[in-house]
Design a protein around this ligand. Structure first.
Ligand code: SF4
Length: 214
């Protein structure tokens, strides 16, 4: 997913708002204008050329590229279990966990690891909010998971707010993450999400705690 700054993929990260990255899946396909300058596509090509084993699957050249085909990496699932000190972890800096080609069962396993490691805080960012909404009732929603959805324009704002209303009570936080040109849309999303959260609280959904815009 696009983030403000990325320098390294792996354990310790220099993404400005996180402390570590964890990539149980890699690879993606462009799905919107928000993907126009995706660093993951460029970086995956480089990592493939360097022989990195996680980036040897090629994606569709129309939407992806060399080394950026979607691949799951079960061998990386236990990585957070081995980090003894608490970390803020960006999940899938080189992919989108809710990509259609990531099996449901694998997403469930990723969430199970996050639940099993409450010492860490996980940031999960998706551009595929419809699948998030569909899968949400099957997922555990521990408090240490910050679920984020990219916001790109007003139409997207409306969709995200509607989907937020449909998320299960346990999904306690949705962060509207603006693409660089969509600050206004993100601000409007924040207002609507806050109102949506208040109404969920009134309906007795204690899980609806906080909504923020970054
Ligand atoms: S959704 Fe995929 S292609 Fe789009 S910015 Fe994120 S990682 Fe890149």
């Amino acid at each position: 997913m696009s983030v403000p700054t990325l320098c390294r993929v792996g354990d310790r990260s220099s993404i400005e708002w996180t402390e570590a990255t964890w990539n149980p899946t890699t690879g993606c396909d462009r799905i919107s204008r928000g993907c126009d300058h995706c660093y993951a596509l460029t970086l995956a090509k480089r990592l493939k050329a360097m022989g990195n084993a996680k980036y040897q699957t090629d994606g569709d050249p129309r939407t992806s590229g060399p080394g950026c085909g979607v691949a799951v990496h079960p061998d990386t699932l236990d990585l957070p279990l081995r980090w003894r000190e608490p970390r803020i972890v960006f999940v899938n800096s080189m992919s989108d966990l809710f990509h259609a080609r990531v099996p449901d069962e694998f997403i469930l396993r990723v969430f199970a690891v996050m639940q099993a490691t409450p010492r860490h805080t996980y940031q999960v960012l998706t551009k595929r909010s419809p699948r998030l909404r569909r899968l949400a009732p099957r997922l555990s929603w521990p408090k240490n998971v910050w679920m984020s959805v990219s916001v790109e324009d007003d139409d997207h704002v409306r969709r995200v707010v509607t989907e937020h209303d449909q998320l299960p009570p346990g999904c306690s936080q949705v962060v509207a993450y603006p693409c660089s040109w969509a600050r206004g849309a993100a601000a409007r999303a924040a207002g609507r999400l806050v109102r949506s959260t208040r109404s969920r609280r009134r309906e007795g959904w204690p899980g609806a705690r906080s909504v923020a815009t970054r």
